[in-house]
Design a protein around this ligand. Structure first.
Ligand SMILES: Cc1cc2nc3c(=O)[nH]c(=O)nc-3n(C[C@H](O)[C@H](O)[C@H](O)COP(=O)(O)O)c2cc1C
Length: 153
């Protein structure tokens, strides 16, 4: 079995909705060899990162950056896992107000420090969720889980 960790932050609910849809995709019936752990950023810690074979990170964009809660997750875990998580595959989703690129870039920069490998393009949903948005989130979760399941990542 492979272990997939989803870590996200949401203040007002949009990124929670996105994360829930990502989780649905990751737990698709066709994927049998992946266990998914679903945590908010304040709940997640170094043990979760050490457990994970791959991870999905989600956040709003706040002031052109990831949320403080997701940044705090990185701050709390970096030295605890340093040298033990190199090469882990990851991908990003961002539910933002009008941009989202700053949140993505800030996560990518920090993930370089952990030596994670980004394996799918970031999903950014700007503004209100549309009818298509849950499906895009499910695709991201399923793509990540399927890649782990198949040993592609
Ligand atoms: C303090 C604050 C700063 C924000 N800064 C940005 C920003 O720089 N770029 C952007 O696109 N949206 C920005 N937003 C909008 C949020 O990213 C957006 O409302 C997001 O959907 C909130 O996600 P949530 O509902 O999961 O909490 C900001 C919101 C807040 C509260």
């Amino acid at each position: 079995m492979k272990n997939l960790l989803i870590v996200y932050h949401s203040k007002n609910g949009k990124n929670r909705s996105m994360a829930t849809a990502v989780l649905e995709g990751a737990r698709h019936d066709d994927i049998e060899g992946v266990v998914v752990r679903f945590k908010t950023a304040p709940e997640a810690g170094a043990d979760d990162l050490l457990w994970a074979d791959g991870l999905i990170l989600g956040t709003p964009e706040n002031f052109g950056y990831m949320s403080g809660a997701l940044k705090d997750f990185f701050d709390r875990t970096f030295y605890e896992v340093e040298g033990q998580v190199e090469g882990r595959p990851y991908c990003i989703f961002v539910g933002s107000g009008n941009d989202g690129q700053g949140a993505v870039a800030s996560i990518q920069r920090i993930c370089k420090g952990y030596k994670f490998r980004e394996v799918l393009p970031p999903l950014i949903i700007v503004g209100d969720m549309s009818d298509d948005s849950p499906g895009l989130c499910r695709e991201l979760g399923m793509g990540m889980a399927a890649g782990l399941d198949a040993g592609i990542f």
